[in-house]
Structures are given as C-alpha cells and as structure tokens.
Design a protein around this ligand. Structure first.
Ligand code: MG
Ligand code: ZN
Length: 182
C-alpha cells in the first residue's frame, strides 16, 4: 500500500482569488511551493491534489479551463523538480449535492481505490476546515491546516467551533512538508 500527501490547490499551492482562479494568467504559485513539492517528490509519498472547483458548476468557467490550469501547473511543478501523481476535482456547485465536494470524502476515496492508499498513514494539507473534514471523513490519519490562503481566518473559526479531532497547524506548505518528512 502507498502513502499519500493530499494537497488542496487554491490557498496551498497557488494564491486564492476572491472570484475564483479562472484562467492560467490568474495563477500565482506560492514562492515556496516548488521547493516543497520538489522535496516531497523525493519521498515515499504519492502527491495528490484535491480541488473543489464549483465555479464550473456555477457556470462561471468551463471545465476545459480548469484542466488547462491544472496541466500548466503540473508542467511548472515538473520543471522545478517536482511531481504530481494525480488530480481529483469536484466541478459541482453545492446545490448539486454530489459526493465529491469537500468536506465529503468522495475524491479521497476515489484516490484510495485508484492508487491503493493507506489512508491512516497518509497526510492532508489544506487551508480550510472543509479540507480537514474531508480528510477526517475519509480516514486520513494526519491533517495539517496551513496559514496561507484562507487558513488564518479558518483557524479563528475553528478556535470558536473546534473540530472533534486533532489537526496540526503549519505556516505554509514548505513548513508542512518539512514536518511531514522530519
Ligand atoms: Mg483552499
Ligand atoms: Zn462534486
């Protein structure tokens, strides 16, 4: 069985935008992301991106644009010595009541099946409570909330409405990767 590091995209690898990241020229990769993913790529972990892209379901962007952004992002990561083993995306609006939109565990369970993953010994890195919840709901053993993207505000929220299970807090993806590999 393989272990994985599940990565949220927006707010973890690239900057969030208030009205969604809808085109490649709106993508801004965090300066530490390439180094972090490069280091992680030399480890035993599978690297899997999980991303809610409800802008598609809301009719704000075509799925092709999401796929182009993701393909370009992977290309840049590869050029910087990193690797992404798979990307799972939920294109649905919340009203669609799909089973893949985080905090639901659908994308992680699909990845588990596709990549034969040992979820209990895997990690998830996200900038939102919904990321942590998806991880917990799927049985991912180790959860990290980074303080980039929505992370700071989400931590304030989580301090007033705690989750009934533990998670780590890390300043950013690079520090999160260092703690996983230490
Ligand atoms: Mg995010
Ligand atoms: Zn979905």
């Amino acid at each position: 069985m393989n272990k994985a590091v599940f990565l949220d995209r927006d707010g973890v690898i690239i900057h969030n935008r208030s009205q969604y990241v809808r085109a490649w020229d709106e993508v801004s990769i965090y300066p530490f992301a390439s180094k972090a993913l490069g280091r992680l790529s030399k480890s035993e972990y599978k690297l899997i991106i999980l991303t809610n892209q409800s802008a598609v379901g809301r009719g704000l962007m075509p799925i092709e644009s999401v796929n182009t952004i993701n393909a370009n992002l992977v290309k840049v990561i590869n050029q910087n010595g990193g690797r992404i083993d798979d990307i799972y995306l939920c294109p649905h609006a919340p009203e669609a009541e799909c089973s893949c939109r985080k905090p639901l565990p659908g994308m992680i369970l699909d990845a588990q099946r596709d990549h034969k993953l040992d979820l209990a010994n895997s990690w998830l890195i996200g900038d939102a409570s919904s990321d942590l919840q998806a991880g917990h709901n799927a049985g991912v053993g180790n959860l990290i909330l980074v303080q980039t993207g929505r992370g700071r505000k989400q931590l304030v929220l989580l301090n007033s409405q705690p989750l009934p299970y533990p998670f780590h807090v890390s300043p950013n993806l690079w520090m999160a990767v260092k703690s996983i590999l230490s």
